[in-house]
Design a binder for this molecule. Structure first.
Ligand SMILES: *[C@@H]1O[C@H](CO)[C@@H](O)[C@H](O)[C@H]1NC(C)=O
Ligand SMILES: *[C@@H]1O[C@H](CO)[C@@H](O)[C@H](O)[C@H]1NC(C)=O
Ligand SMILES: *[C@@H]1O[C@H](CO)[C@@H](O)[C@H](O)[C@H]1NC(C)=O
Length: 974
């Protein structure tokens, strides 16, 4: 079965090549200088002359509306050994209206580049125009829904609109390229563009970038697998690559690994683009979760650290040297940013969680990244076939460096999902002889584990013959060298180095599991991986060598922060939750980092170092010999103060006057259109699609007036909107029901609710969940948000105007009432239109209320309170608002913190109950305004408990995050 799959995709790829032109002929720089700062060959990207494993992580600045925290996240990327960061740019986030672009405040993308630069990360830019990213319209602005011509095709209207965006964003991209002193090294053209393609469109986008001054290599991320799109011919890019999500998105079955890893990618790469490095521009870093899904803890389990071991190491075994993990920090789809398939949290089960916390997978990728940023021969390898004794069960990819004798053996189960523990031996042919490894003890592969073993490797002043422990890093520390190796606790390890003189070698350790033998110039150590880290001192083998043998969980807390990037010098520190950076200042190492409790630490530093600081404070460390030190970081006794919301004073106001017949909607837009550019075909007219009237986000009101007659028995409506939408209907102020999308008829209303003589009013509140994306480049993002059918029942020969409809969305429509918070923050609730969510709104004459609510509330209810926060200096306490609720009545809620819509809660769907309140929006040393809108989907509802609480408290080196500008009610001009 597997083989058949391989053959099919290879033959597909061959078709793709022959149908365009000849076999790819390597890099064409399209007029750029071949000696520019970014070049490449079959192995690597070469940046300023340096070969790289580009280990990149995806980050979306628009999913963290607090630029100060971008610096925090970038530091965390660096700490986890990423050397790159990939940004999608979201057109819709910057453009509420054709011709209007905003790059201020939370939209200031320059700060994202500054954050990447401060953390010394290379940048991949992906500005679309189409991106997907599970955002509204896949990144197209709401106004593009009304474009007549097709998107992602070349035609005058779409060319002009695409160029408008690129011109706006290129003003930021161009000066941040490495060619202009910035750190952008690669620029993507569109996104996963593989269906319904138009090569003129690709050319047009590429040319526009070039015209505007983009001169770094272009890239393309093929969809799902190596399909061979845009390698040659019109629209082709400099460095082709593909995306892959091998475990899929079924977080409901978090232990089921559906797909074996690919073993044919190397062949595909050699076939498709052998003169370019093998690039995975999006490789699964987690999984998204839908409304009603199992939640991100389940996704974190599905795509866990074992997954990271097996699947990422397989990528390296296949020869990948560009790997971008999507997502590495997911963040928050705040406001109306999400498309219907996802809810507010976009945590993604990523290596760094939504509130910025470390995860087991984060620690695992750090182990991998530190390895290949240290062990340089890993960058330039060719495949060889290693010999082993259990090859039916265990697959071993052999990688041989083309410049040295160093070889790598990447061992994993053939059956990726296997949970068996299996034993094996590898025949290692080295320049020091051939060895059946291990010679003593056992070499074990756990279920869902993968190992990269190294042989014949010169490190610092030593020569490794082989090691069955994986290498974390090694470093010269003045008069001695240090190497740190690891495996799961209790596993045997064998580590062999060359020595000059068998007789002079001395091995010192307190660990009784360690034995050694010296034979023919080779010292072999045998040991058990401890619960912790065992130091073994070797002298008489050339320079002194400190071998640190770590058990896996101890290894995850080793950090090797770079102290000199040019010389690739690092110090080692074990224990802390997070080490952000280390700087050598004279004889002191200054660490920045975070701890979650009082933490015992060990440091290994050059002997010239005499003292250490942690977040600016001196720490007392005791020397333990051979350049090692031990000590304790004190967590202190932080008092994080925040209001107990159950004791807060809440103000309440009802907020759905539109549901009542006497509401004056005369200033609303008349829905009188008979034509739409939507792809949704209407059943009746007028067009009742919100976008056609300039409303693209959040809740939308529709009010329909009809003159009663004795024949009219009711009406019939069909709602068209995204998954998890809801609509609530009133007739003449009477609640008729709350519904999912689809058709609903309202019958037998004559004699009861319908006035046969007078005017009747239908009021509908539609809770939208964003627009679809444009996955297949077929304009699917233009699906309607509104109603395809509105018909009176009982009357024949209806005219278009049998119901007069008016529509209301966010205040100002495309002319935003609140440009600072932008196009996705506000919808069309009465309270939103009137600034009830904003700080400073005068709610003095509102009733006092309590939450949890004790009254049954119909329609829309608003609650406001203020609360105080005080997080002491030197600590980080990422905060959240959590709903606790066992109500059976369905309701939906919008959470506004200081006017920013940070959460959409659906008690009838879930799964999200906890909402992240990022520092910067949250004033962590002062007052905050919280406003919550509650929309009863059932006739009446009661909001449950809301709880303010930190996810955790960290003693932290987090950089200062400025408060984001949050205009108040009195700043509102409309
Ligand atoms: C729709 O109504 C607006 C006033 O709200 C009017 O300006 C416009 O001409 C009308 N269009 C049609 C097609 O009737
Ligand atoms: C309402 O419209 C739907 C969809 O067009 C149709 O199937 C249904 O029969 C209609 N209901 C009535 C009572 O006409
Ligand atoms: C409502 O209209 C239907 C159809 O015209 C009729 O059969 C029924 O008697 C009416 N009901 C009332 C209460 O008037």
């Amino acid at each position: 079965m597997l083989l058949k799959g391989v053959l099919t995709s290879i033959s597909l790829a061959i078709t793709a090549i022959t149908s365009t032109s000849a076999v790819p002929v390597g890099h064409s720089f399209e007029g750029r200088q071949e000696d520019g700062p970014v070049t490449w060959d079959t192995h690597n990207l070469i940046v300023n002359g340096e070969r790289l494993f580009l280990f990149s992580g995806e980050f979306h600045y628009y999913r963290l509306p607090s630029p100060g925290l971008w610096f925090d996240i970038a530091e965390k990327f660096k700490a986890l050994e990423f050397n790159g960061i990939s940004f999608y740019f979201d057109w819709g986030y910057h453009s509420p209206k054709k011709g209007v672009y905003d790059f201020n405040g939370v939209r200031n993308v320059q700060k994202a580049f500054d954050a990447a630069k401060a953390a010394d990360l290379h940048v991949i830019t992906r500005a679309g125009p189409y991106i997907n990213a599970e955002v509204d319209c896949g990144g197209f602005p709401g106004w593009l829904v009304n474009q007549y011509d097709m998107a992602r095709k070349s035609n005058p209207e779409n060319d002009a609109n695409s160029a408008e965006w690129l011109e706006a964003i290129d003003k930021f991209l161009v000066p941040n390229q490495i060619t202009k002193g910035g750190n952008i090294i690669l620029n993507q053209i569109d996104n996963e563009y593989a269906d319904n393609v138009d090569e003129n469109y690709m050319e047009m986008i590429k040319n526009k970038f070039k015209e505007d001054g983009m001169d770094v290599p272009t890239i393309f991320n093929d969809i799902g697998s190596p399909n061979g799109n845009w390698i040659t011919g019109p629209g082709s890019v400099d460095i082709y690559g593909w995306d892959s999500y091998p475990l899929g998105f079924d977080c409901a079955n978090p232990t089921v690994w559906q797909n074996n890893r690919s073993t044919h990618w190397r062949d595909m790469h050699e076939l498709l683009n052998p003169d370019q490095p093998f690039a995975l521009y999006e490789f699964q870093g987690g999984a998204f979760d839908p409304w009603g899904g199992p939640g991100y803890d389940a996704c974190r389990q599905l795509v866990n650290e074992q997954y990271a071991k097996v699947y990422y190491k397989n990528n390296y075994g296949q020869g990948a040297t560009i790997q971008n993990l999507y997502m590495t920090y997911g963040g928050t789809s705040w406001g109306g940013l999400a498309k219907p398939s996802v809810y507010t949290s976009y945590d993604y089960g990523a290596p760094i969680s939504e509130p910025g916390l470390m995860t087991p997978k984060g620690y695992e990728v750090k182990l991998q990244g530190t390895f290949f940023h240290t062990v340089k021969p890993f960058l330039t390898t060719e495949r060889f076939e290693p010999k082993s004794d259990n090859s039916d069960i265990i697959l071993i990819d052999g990688l041989a460096d083309v410049n040295t004798n160093t070889k790598f053996y990447i061992a994993q189960h053939w059956d990726t999902a296997s949970e068996e523990k299996d034993e094996f031996h590898i025949t290692m042919e080295t320049s020091d002889g051939t060895f059946e490894v291990p010679q003593d003890g056992k070499l074990i592969l756990n279920g869902r584990d993968a190992k990269i073993l190294t042989s014949d490797y010169d490190f610092n002043s030593h020569h490794l013959v082989y090691s069955t422990s994986e290498i974390f890093t090694h470093q010269a520390m003045g008069s001695h060298d240090v190497i740190l190796v690891y495996a799961y606790e209790e596993e045997d390890g064998e580590f062999a180095i060359k020595v000059k003189n068998d007789k002079r070698v001395k091995v010192e350790t307190e660990d009784e599991s360690v034995s050694h033998s010296v034979d023919n110039g080779i010292l072999t150590l045998n040991y058990k991986h401890p619960d912790g880290t065992t130091p073994i001192y070797i002298s008489g083998a050339g320079k002194d060598l400190l071998v640190l043998v770590a058990g896996y969980s101890s290894a995850t807390r080793w950090w090797a922060p770079i102290t000199d990037a040019k010389k690739n010098e690092r110090v080692l520190i074990q224990g802390p939750y997070l080490v952000r950076s280390a700087e050598v200042k004279g004889r002191t190492v200054a660490f920045k980092g975070d701890i979650d409790e009082t933490t015992d630490i060990q440091i290994v530093a050059p002997e010239s170092i005499r003292s250490f600081t942690w977040n600016g404070k001196e720490i007392s460390m005791s020397p333990t010999g051979h350049g090692t030190w031990s000590g304790t970081l004190d967590f202190g006794n932080p008092e994080v103060k925040y209001t107990d919301l159950s004791e807060a004073t809440w103000k309440y106001s009802p907020g759905a006057p539109e549901s009542q017949p006497d509401f004056d909607d005369s200033d609303w837009i008349k829905a009188n259109r008979t034509k739409s550019n939507s792809v949704t075909i209407p059943d009746t007219w007028p067009i009742l699609y919100a976008d056609d009237y300039g409303y693209h986000t959040g809740n939308i009101w529709f009010r329909g007036t009809f003159q009663g007659t004795s024949q009219i028995t009711g009406f019939n409506l069909t709602c068209h909107s995204g998954a998890a939408s809801a609509w609530i209907v009133w007739l003449n102020g009477h609640y008729l029901g709350g519904f999912d999308v689809g058709n609903q008829d309202f019958t037998n209303l004559n004699g009861t609710l319908i006035d046969p003589e007078g005017e009747n009013i239908i009021s509908i509140l539609l809770w939208t969940t964003g627009h679809e994306d444009d996955w297949n480049a077929d304009d699917n993002y233009k699906q309607a948000r509104g109603f395809t059918k509105s018909e009176l029942l009982g009357v024949s020969n209806q005219t278009i105007w049998s119901i007069d409809w008016r529509i209301q969305g966010n205040l100002g429509g495309e002319d935003l009432a609140d440009p600072v918070r932008g196009p996705y923050n506000e919808g069309g609730l009465f309270g939103e239109r009137n600034g009830w969510h904003l700080p400073g709104f005068p709610d003095d004459d509102w009733e006092e209320a309590s939450i949890p609510e004790s009254e049954n509330r119909t329609g829309v209810s608003w609650y406001r309170t203020t609360f105080e926060m005080d997080i002491p200096q030197g600590y980080d306490a990422p905060m959240s608002l959590r709903f606790e609720d066992d109500s059976k009545a369905r309701y939906r809620s919008l959470v506004f913190l200081n006017g920013w819509q940070l959460g959409r809660y659906a008690n009838d769907l879930g799964p999200q109950t906890q909402y992240y309140l990022p520092k910067g929006i949250l004033n962590t040393s002062g007052e905050n305004t919280l406003a919550i809108a509650v929309i009863a989907v059932d006739e009446a509802a009661q909001i449950g408990k809301v709880i303010l609480e930190p996810y955790t408290i960290l003693e932290s080196g987090i950089p200062e995050a400025e408060l984001v500008e949050s205009p108040s009610y009195s700043d509102r001009t409309q």
